[in-house]
Design a protein around this ligand. Structure first.
Ligand SMILES: NC(=O)c1ccc[n+]([C@@H]2O[C@H](COP(=O)([O-])OP(=O)(O)OC[C@H]3O[C@@H](n4cnc5c(N)ncnc54)[C@H](O)[C@@H]3O)[C@@H](O)[C@H]2O)c1
Length: 303
């Protein structure tokens, strides 16, 4: 393997990099020559407490290997402080990896506002705050790479994770729009849905599989998406255990009804199979493509 993907003179923030996947990403970026801000609040998986040693240990590891890194102990909800830290330490910001995360798993009927709010705050508001604080710097320098950490729990749902699934798929909605808004400024924005053996998944994944799902198997994709070599934007990738795949929306061609004559629930019921039939399905890549069948239906009945 050649070392063509390098980050000399590039500054990377990895949030929640004191352990698990974030630590692996930070080590990988540093190995590729990046100056890394290793952010971590150092709390529990449930988002309680704080401990500076998590980020400090990873910085020590990076420095021991000859790399460049600074620790940051702020919460991602204070994103502007993390970005300011990058600017103070290294003078610029090129890549943001929004990785920090917590879990407050509960079935919906037992969900409390505190569980809902804290998961929203760390994943959604935290990713927003860090990215928002970095965004205008990226625009000014006409270069940036942003990676959001989604989850299969958002894409497919997962029992007991309504708050987490909401937050994680919300980040993909954010990815899609930021990809559009960032394109002119060479800011590319992608999302990953990783699987890795970390403290977050310990006890949930069978031990033999857990051992094999090493966090560092997720990082090559993150480093690629964070690199100048990457031209991808708006993508969503499932990744883990040495495998990477891309996810896209698929929509049936659907059923059309006469909007002038009107139609009722019985017509919907009678056409249910057609509405849900994925034969020759469409894969709209944007809003205009998504409107195609709807517009064709209007035209059919109005022309
Ligand atoms: N491990 C998996 O299989 C998996 C699956 C899907 C998604 N994810 C996501 O990947 C990311 C990393 O998770 P992980 O598995 O490495 O878990 P982890 O608990 O090892 O890492 C999360 C890190 O985020 C930090 N953190 C939490 N709240 C923070 C805050 N407010 N500010 C700054 N740092 C904070 C924690 O201290 C921790 O070090 C998370 O967003 C998680 O939701 C993980």
């Amino acid at each position: 393997m050649s070392d063509t993907i390098r980050f000399e003179d590039k500054v990377v923030i990895v949030t929640g990099a004191g352990g698990g996947l974030g630590r692996a990403h930070a080590l990988a970026f540093a190995k590729a020559g990046a100056k890394v801000i290793v952010n971590d609040l150092g709390g529990s998986t449930q988002g309680e407490g704080a401990n500076a040693s998590a980020a400090d240990k990873v910085v020590a590891e990076i420095r021991a290997a000859g790399g460049t890194a600074e620790a940051n102990h702020d919460s991602v909800t204070d994103g502007e402080k993390i970005v300011q830290n990058a600017l103070d330490a290294f003078g610029r910001i090129d890549v943001v990896v929004n990785n920090a995360g917590i879990l407050r798993d509960k079935t919906f009927h037992k969900m409390e506002d505190a569980d809902w709010d804290l998961v929203y705050k760390v994943h959604v508001e935290g990713s927003y705050k860090v990215t928002r604080a970095a965004w205008n710097h990226m625009r000014e320098q006409a270069y940036g790479r942003v990676i959001f950490t989604a989850s299969t729990s958002g894409i497919y749902g997962n029992f007991g994770q309504s708050n987490y699934g909401m937050a994680k798929l919300g980040l993909y909605g954010l990815t899609r729009t930021l990809a559009l808004e960032g394109a002119k400024s060479n800011i590319l924005v992608n999302a990953i849905a990783p699987t890795g053996g970390t403290r977050m998944t310990e006890g949930l994944i069978p031990p033999q599989v857990f051992e094999q799902l090493k966090p560092e198997l997720v990082s090559p994709l993150v480093v690629y998406l964070g690199s100048e070599a990457c031209k991808e934007t708006s993508g969503l990738f499932e990744v883990g255990g040495g495998w990477i795949g891309k996810v896209r929306w698929e929509r049936s061609l659907g059923a059309g009804f006469d909007p002038k004559a009107g139609f009722d629930a019985e017509d919907v019921a009678a056409n249910w199979e057609k509405i849900c039939n994925f034969e020759n399905a469409a894969h709209p890549a944007n809003n205009i493509e998504a409107m195609k069948e709807m517009m064709a239906n209007l035209q059919k009945f109005t022309s």
